[in-house]
Design a protein around this ligand. Structure first.
Ligand SMILES: [Zn+2]
Length: 345
């Protein structure tokens, strides 16, 4: 398990417990947790427990892929998607130097831009925990963390990693958050789109390994049938064979290509990767941000766009493309000054 996966598990576990009315102290190596009686019973663990995040270790609870405790948490989480709420705190917010940052990040494919005033404000984000299962000759499971700006639904991928070093204040026993149906369906679409991209990235090594095995399998098959054919052809040369036997063997040799093709198809099936991904939890996050007004002129048309400086990623968030909705740093301004990404404009 790599470091990032461990972190995702840790986040998921902490949010899961907090969203179910428990409490955690996550300041040490081991996570100390207090669970409400009901939840402890549901998970069949003690109400007070130390959680470790590797298969080794002597903690009362162990959370790692394949551990019964994680399986149970995911199962419980799925019955009702837990939504935790947290607020981020920063002692210092960047106040200057946006001009350079914007110049480095954004490309204006038509038009010119100028940075205007800035204003401190807050923005809402949603973190989605998706658990996935990839099945092939072997199986691999894990959690993906996806972060979106809630106002414009643009993904802020770097935020998932950046959150590890940030002070988060959780709302204690928050009132249940009801996401509107519209938002849920929008989230599902986002997860399908960008989740698939992240999942492909996450499964790159797994895919490579399955491909390697498939190629090795095909090579072995080819060699086996090649040798078989040679052997059979050699046997045909032997003297004293009846015509009937010769015809039988010739027929068998003629069937080899079809047999090989069928075996290859089986191998392909065996090493094909099937994946499924489910939303396991969500967290609403409020964070201070800096609004940076960006005045753009294209010919005689002028418009002011609001850029967001995100203190978690220490960067400016991309702007949503009017065509596909994805975030982009390469701006093309359409007839109505709408933003289009390179694929859409
Ligand atoms: Zn687009």
């Amino acid at each position: 398990m790599n470091c990032k996966q461990k972190l995702d598990l840790r986040f998921f576990t902490r949010d899961f417990i907090l969203s179910r009315g428990g409490d955690v102290d996550d300041s040490g190596q081991v996570m100390e947790a207090v669970l409400p009686e009901e939840l402890a019973e549901e998970l069949t663990v003690p109400e007070f427990l130390d959680l470790g995040f590797s298969a080794e270790g002597s903690e009362t609870g162990k959370v790692h892929y394949g551990s019964p405790l994680l399986d149970k948490m995911v199962q419980v989480a799925r019955e009702r998607i837990p939504v935790t709420r947290a607020v981020l705190h920063f002692d210092y917010l960047k106040t200057a130097g946006f001009e350079r940052l914007i110049q480095e990040l954004f490309t204006l494919r038509n038009g010119v831009g100028k940075v205007g005033n800035t204003a401190e404000t807050r923005a809402d984000y949603i973190i989605l925990y998706c658990d996935y299962l990839a099945q092939s000759d072997e199986q691999k499971e894990g959690l993906l963390t996806l972060v979106y700006n809630r106002d414009n639904a643009v993904e802020v991928p770097a935020m998932a990693d950046g959150l590890a070093g940030v002070e988060m204040k959780f709302e204690r026993n928050p009132a249940p958050v009801a996401l509107s149906e519209k938002e849920i369906s929008r989230l599902e679409q986002l997860v399908q789109k960008s989740g698939a991209i992240h999942l492909a990235e996450e499964l790159k090594d797994f895919e490579k390994s399955m491909n390697r095995r498939f190629r090795r399998g095909v090579k072995n098959l080819n060699e086996y049938y090649q040798a078989l054919r040679e052997e059979m052809e050699k046997n045909l040369q032997r003297s004293g064979l009846s015509e009937q036997l010769i015809n039988d063997r010739k027929e068998k040799i003629a069937l080899i290509p079809a047999e090989l093709a069928a075996k290859r198809k089986d191998l392909f099936k065996k090493y094909t990767i099937r994946t499924r991904m489910k939303l396991g939890g969500a967290m609403l996050l409020k964070s201070p941000v800096v609004k940076v007004f960006f005045h753009v002129a294209v010919g005689r048309m002028k418009q002011t766009f609001t850029l967001l400086y995100n203190p978690v990623t220490k960067s400016i968030e991309p702007l949503p493309c009017h065509g596909c909705g994805r975030g982009t740093y390469q701006l093309f301004f359409g007839k109505e000054m709408e933003i289009l990404c390179p694929e859409c404009g």
